[in-house]
Design a protein around this ligand. Sequence first.
Ligand code: FBP
Length: 344
Amino acid sequence: MRQVTVTEHLLLHQKKSPMATGRFTSLLTELILSAKLISREVTKAGLVDVLGFTGETNVQGEKVRKLDEFANNVLIHRLRRSGVLCAMASEENGDLIQVSGDLPQGDYILIFDPLDGSSNIDVNVSIGTIFSIYRRPLHKGPGSPSLAEVLQRCDKQVAAGYFIYGSSTMMVYTTGNGVHGFTLDPSVGEFLLSHPDMKIPEQGRIYSVNESYWNYWDPATKEAIAYFKSTENALGKPYSSRYIGSLVADFHRNLLYGGIFMYPAKRRPDGTYAGKLRLTCEAAPMAFIVEQAGGLATDGVNRILDYTPTELHQRVPFFVGSPNDVRTVREIMLRSGSDTVPGN
Ligand code: FBP
């Protein structure tokens, strides 16, 4: 296959995608440089002092890992200088990250999870960086965007993607014209097209969920998980159980093989239910990608892309993958009247 770089791919798709403007290309170029710097640090993690914790605690109340902080700093530093952003938001930062006045600005908004799969960071298991891009709504006057301008309906994303740092480093992204995968060739330092026009199989054969939370799920959720383990399902035999504990890695495998990743809502001490994964920097970008690949993404019932975030770090129950499987979960949740799903 002729070697096609990301920039070339964007230019090739210029006609089809209003996104392929020089400004978007420079945004993607800075994201790609950041990912190369993060990938280099991840691959030599055991040799340099980037394993373990920084001693800080992030806005999620989680202890910050050195590699997470490294990735976050690299992305903020590089993207601030892209000249095409007006604001950023990171899973690691409580508030919006403003692109200060003396640097050229643009009208793109970038939301990202600098290093997804934090429980796997220090143990050489695949992790990733997730990104989601919006345009600033038409606005009057100078000044940085307000939170309301950033928290747009999730189907307003103009691009989304992830980098996966695994046996190879890959980039998978969409601008609304299908999903395309590129593999980093370390010998030339370029991401080259390796998976054009990715499509998720209609029918899955893998289910990915952390079953240790069984006792925190509501009956409808348990019924849905039991479906994938039973012999009475669409396959006529149990789906294969695979759970890496890195959303990017579990999602990527299911995108290629067909399957469903689930992070259902868990019951909290006060008896209410809540999801774990963040809507803006995890669920929404993965939902845009999977739908562009022919799949579906819901909170069990409602389409993730129909959500309008109410806060930057809002969490949602998340079910994503092959359409037949996500639809099945929805039917079970509606039939059993799950009270974990907003508005159900
Ligand atoms: P981070 O972005 O902080 O890593 O959190 C998200 C995540 O690690 C996902 O990648 C993964 O799917 C999930 O949390 C694992 O959670 P759990 O350990 O509860 O199964």
